[in-house]
Design a protein around this ligand. Structure first.
Ligand SMILES: Nc1ncnc2c1ncn2[C@@H]1O[C@H](COP(=O)(O)OP(=O)(O)OP(=O)(O)O)[C@@H](O)[C@H]1O
Length: 309
């Protein structure tokens, strides 16, 4: 089935309320198809809740969500999406071979060769029962199921957390190769920022249920600078810096200030200026829940276009 929508995900005013608290609030963005997108945020930020709304496990309280232009409530989208949940639910009494067979029977585009290759490269016996496997081996089988379905959108909730470094490296390589070869869109929540930096070309940052940053890493990260210089004024950050730029986070050590800023123009020669890594930018936003939101133009839904960031 082909769909002309260039957007793998479009969320508009999406929210989820539990009791009196909001796990996700007024979340609006769109993710162009074909990207590998990191979904980042502190514990309790709403990442799993968002992934739940995209897989119909969580019913939103407000707003709409479309996948490839189709409302997520339409069963037609299910065959186009794979979800690897944080707890990797599998049937413990099934063998690995039976688990893959289930995948084959349930999914018309199933790729048995790929699924078996993922399992075999981890030396997981096809005859072993799921219940006897280690946590990392179970994760590998869950990866095989998710990839074997050959989805157009792969949603992964902290997929690598119980894999050893070699397996993580292998799965990261597989993800990037799949995305490149088949144009698969990947949305992956993770706390492993340095790994995300290598793998992902798109970013969604959530904090306290709200979207804080969205866009391509190549647009978002270079928009920031790390500035250090002689501390001035009440909090050490020179007034001139605050006036012309957006200060995301600042600190004072002795007589020096350092600040991560969103650049708004040229900077004084008296300061040292460096380009931050993606990890440095993300850590600054995660430590500063009040930092101004940054949504790249292409990530905005129609209602947000032209609005101030
Ligand atoms: N079923 C539920 N009932 C009540 N509150 C919930 C439920 N599910 C999630 N929440 C609350 O919603 C908020 C967001 O939770 P969520 O699991 O989406 O966060 P997360 O970003 O995935 O966190 P983590 O990084 O710890 O996995 C939290 O405050 C959580 O307690």
């Amino acid at each position: 089935m082909s769909d002309p929508s260039p957007w793998a995900i479009e969320a508009e005013g999406l929210g989820k309320q539990y009791g009196r608290g909001w796990a996700l609030r007024d979340c609006s963005f769109r993710l162009p198809a074909g990207h590998i997108c990191a979904l980042v945020g502190p514990n309790g930020a709403g990442k799993s809740t968002f992934l739940g709304t995209a897989t119909r496990l969580v019913q939103p309280t407000t707003g709409t969500l479309k996948l490839f232009g189709v409302p997520v409530s339409d069963p037609a989208v299910l065959s186009r999406v794979s979800f690897l949940a944080q707890d990797k639910p599998l049937y413990p009494r099934f063998t690995v071979a039976e688990t893959l067979r289930l995948g084959r029977e349930l999914n018309p585009r199933w790729d048995q060769e790929l699924a078996e290759r993922i399992v075999r490269s981890g030396k997981v016996p096809l005859s072993a029962r799921i219940g006897t496997l280690s946590g990392g081996q179970r994760t590998r089988v869950a990866f095989a199921l998710a990839f074997g379905k050959r989805p157009e959108l792969l949603l992964l909730d902290e997929p690598m957390s119980d894999l050893d470094p070699l397996a993580r490296h292998e799965m990261s390589g597989l993800l990037m190769a799949e995305a490149a070869e088949h144009g698969t869109t990947v949305l992956m929540s993770s706390h492993m920022l340095s790994e995300m930096e290598v793998m992902c070309d798109y970013l969604l940052v959530l904090a306290e249920g709200r979207l804080r940053m969205a866009g391509q890493t190549d647009d978002l990260i270079p928009a920031h600078l790390l500035v250090t210089g002689v501390a001035e004024g009440d909090d050490g950050v020179p007034e001139e810096l605050r006036r012309q730029h957006t200060v995301v986070e600042s600190r004072v050590t002795g007589r020096q200030f350092s600040a991560l800023i969103r650049s708004g123009g040229p900077l004084s020669d008296s300061w040292e200026v460096l380009s931050p890594s993606m990890e440095e930018v993300l850590l600054a936003y995660l430590r500063s829940p009040d930092a101004p939101t940054l949504i790249a133009d292409e990530s905005r839904v129609d209602g947000q276009r032209g609005a101030a960031a």
